[in-house]
Design a protein around this ligand. Structure first.
Ligand SMILES: CC(C)(COP(=O)(O)OP(=O)(O)OC[C@H]1O[C@@H](n2cnc3c(N)ncnc32)[C@H](O)[C@@H]1OP(=O)(O)O)[C@@H](O)C(=O)NCCC(=O)NCCS
Length: 148
């Protein structure tokens, strides 16, 4: 598993993937109501669910932001949810500062490794927001020189 790092740790590198997504928070709220438990279990890791469920307000907005992050990452990987890339392979993990990171595993991690040029390592950056009923995510995947 690889972790995105704080911006101050970034080394010069090249962009190898870019993805964005907008997600309708109202649609997510309806889906959460219609399929209680099933939607969450299919798309989100246990840690993601636990963090969203701890929120007294804006629970649907939190799930929508994570939905957008996963879709944006699947686009940055150039696959969408195909070629063995699954929703729970891309986990939103906040740093203590509140900055979100994406932790990749399984097919998503393998795809990112395939994209990464020899001698380099991949670094994922994600930015999330929501406003006026929409959640937005932007994901950039960088390749930076591999640490010795
Ligand atoms: C890539 C993917 C994530 C697009 O998601 P979407 O929600 O259907 O559509 P969006 O409007 O967010 O994005 C579509 C755009 O993504 C881009 N896109 C398509 N395939 C892509 C790929 N393999 N890599 C990167 N970007 C891609 C295109 O620009 C596309 O626009 P176009 O349809 O006008 O050509 C889609 O391939 C996919 O795997 N969707 C699964 C969605 C799903 O299972 N939803 C169920 C919800 S419970």
């Amino acid at each position: 598993m690889r972790w995105a790092r704080e911006a101050r740790d970034c080394s010069p590198g090249m962009i190898i993937g870019l993805g964005t997504d907008l997600c309708d928070i109202g649609r997510v709220a309806e889906t959460l109501k219609r399929f209680p438990g099933r939607f969450e279990a299919r798309l989100y890791t246990e840690q993601e669910q636990a963090r969203a469920e701890r929120r007294k307000t804006a629970r649907a907005a939190r799930y929508a932001q994570m939905f957008a992050a996963k879709e944006a990452c699947s686009k940055a990987l150039g696959t969408g949810f195909r070629k063995g890339v699954f929703w729970r392979d891309m986990e939103v993990v906040p740093l203590p500062s509140g900055k979100p990171t994406l932790r990749l595993s399984g097919g998503a991690l393998r795809r990112m490794e395939d994209l990464t040029p020899p001698g380099m390592q991949a670094q994922v950056e994600v930015s999330l927001t929501d406003e006026s009923g929409l959640a937005n995510a932007v994901v950039i995947i960088f390749a930076i020189p591999a640490s010795p």
